[in-house]
Design a protein around this ligand. Structure first.
Ligand SMILES: C[S@@+](CC[C@H](N)C(=O)[O-])C[C@H]1O[C@@H](n2cnc3c(N)ncnc32)[C@H](O)[C@@H]1O
Length: 324
């Protein structure tokens, strides 16, 4: 029974975000009438979703019928907070669920109805999406900064591959004035990267390469290369080629940093990685989720040594490896 209604919670969250329920409650508890006055949506609609959100522990309700935020919704669902994850939820009804509704057909053919791993269709999707996943990766990117612990004063060249919002390069550039970042992404997405980098006041520290990862010229002698949430959409063959190309772009002693939703070695979990693998079936031609064992064997094949996991505040630990 619980799974029969499993599609409902993200849609209730999306409706609440769109009608500013969490934003309005950030200034204090409110009744459904007060929410109606400020949000403009119907009282019946707001009451239904607010009560569902109480049952789901995203809101609390007192004995005068006033709703308030819980610690989780205050941290992650108020649009002005740095940890706001509502952007991702905002894609459910428009971009994610419509593709999943074709799952029966997709399982039949093994192919997506519309793939996001090519620029023609993916560029449009990612142009809207990349800033919405910034808060998912920013804490993990800060953890990499601490782990790498650059020496003060020494120049550090960083290659941010499939940069999207630029989140990995931004966190690294913030850590040290000597960091210079080269961000690579499709031409449709680089303007978004440029805007985000400018918002952080880091434009003079970044250069940009527009192109597909398979064809783009990455340059050479980087100290760090980041691959944030890209291997899953590239699939095994292109990921192996990308790791080999990244190896060539790093200087000796350079570090590769990979963020992924990691599967366990026998592909029995965790649930988020198994479901994301279905998302890759739905949205890409050969995408998947991979295990540390798989990725570290490709890293070895490319020439890297010391493949290791680093715990980070994100969906899975990060994978790091070194170019000897
Ligand atoms: C899931 S987003 C990740 C963005 C960012 N690295 C992060 O961790 O938040 C994937 C990014 O890879 C880019 N991308 C996907 N396939 C690509 C390809 N074949 N060539 C260049 N960029 C690609 C998309 O435009 C998007 O910005």
């Amino acid at each position: 029974m619980q799974f029969a209604w499993g599609y409902a919670p993200p849609l209730v969250l999306e409706a609440a975000i769109r009608h500013r329920v969490f934003d309005l409650l950030d200034s204090g508890p409110k009744t459904v009438q007060e929410l109606h006055t400020e949000a403009g949506a119907s009282e019946r609609g707001l009451a239904a979703i607010a009560n569902a959100l109480v049952a789901l522990d995203f809101l609390a309700k007192d004995n005068q019928g006033r709703y308030s935020l819980t610690p989780e919704s205050a941290a992650f669902l108020v649009s002005t907070k740095p940890g706001f994850h509502g952007g991702l939820i905002g894609h459910c009804s428009q971009h994610l669920i419509p593709k999943w509704l074709r799952l029966n057909e997709i399982v039949e053919t093994g192919q997506p109805v519309e793939a996001v791993n090519e620029e023609t269709t993916g560029g449009d999707f990612f142009e809207k999406f990349v800033n919405d996943i910034f808060p998912m990766s920013y804490p993990a990117a800060r953890a990499v900064v601490q782990h790498l612990n650059f020496k003060a004063g020494a120049p550090v060249r960083v290659l941010d591959l499939a940069a999207g919002s630029g989140v990995w390069g931004i966190a690294l550039a913030q850590s040290n004035e000597q960091v210079r970042v080269t961000a690579v992404d499709w031409p449709r997405v680089i303007p978004v990267t440029k805007n985000t980098v400018a918002r952080f006041g880091l434009s003079d520290r970044f250069s940009f390469v527009e192109g597909d990862l398979q064809q783009a010229d990455f340059g050479k002698d980087y100290a760090v290369a980041t691959l944030g949430h890209i291997l899953h959409s590239e699939g095994e063959q292109r990921s192996r080629e990308l790791l080999a190309k990244t190896f060539e772009a790093l200087g000796s002693g350079g570090t590769i940093v990979i963020a992924e939703f990691l599967a366990n070695a026998d592909r029995t979990g965790p649930v988020n990685a198994m479901l994301f693998a279905v998302n890759m079936l739905v949205a890409t031609e050969s995408g998947n989720t991979f295990s540390f064992e798989e990725i570290s064997s490709w890293l070895r094949e490319a020439g890297f040594v010391n493949a290791r996991t680093v715990e980070s505040p994100g969906p899975s630990p990060l994978i790091l490896a070194t170019k000897p």
